[in-house]
Write a protein that binds this ligand. Sequence first.
Ligand code: IMP
Ligand code: MG
Length: 182
Amino acid sequence: MKYITKEEYESRISRIIISEDEIRSRISEAGRFIDSIFDGRPILLVSILKGSFVFLADLARTVTVPCEIAFMSAKSYYESTQSSGEVHITMDLGRDITDCHVILVEDIIDTGRTLADVVKLLRAREPISLHVITLLNKPSRRIAEIEADMSLFTIPDLFVIGYGLDYGEYFRNIPYIAEYRE
Ligand code: IMP
Ligand code: MG
């Protein structure tokens, strides 16, 4: 998406699926989950860019135990419906993870292929533990065998935007989750 009028932009935001208030109350529960993992050893929150940047920012501020924050960027390539297991890291953590509890923070698990590949790659680096927290879960579209340890909202097979999620790189800054109108 390159040029878009303000009228068209607004017309693409169909209806609110999850409000700011609903997001806020579920996020504090995820914060308690992270708190419960702390055992004196480092916790590393890993955000897979770009979609989870808003979620991570709000989630991290509900955590009350010491934690570090890191970002990574990954692209997976698939020739068929099967996961290739080939994940290309375009930006890596820049940190050894063998001494910490890793918590992967995801925006949405759709087919699950990207996440499955990233989890496989991080597990091979032997962190103390690895947990996945996702804001949204679309179980009806799952292809890879992967589930989050904590999923804040389960949604039907809709294309959603806002709160970090984009369509053509727009709409990430909407403060709630909306359905995208074609
Ligand atoms: P998958 O789980 O490997 O299929 O891919 C998940 C990625 O696809 C997410 O991290 C999003 O970037 C993107 N995605 C999947 N569903 C949606 C949606 O409804 N809205 C926006 N992005 C989505
Ligand atoms: Mg994403």
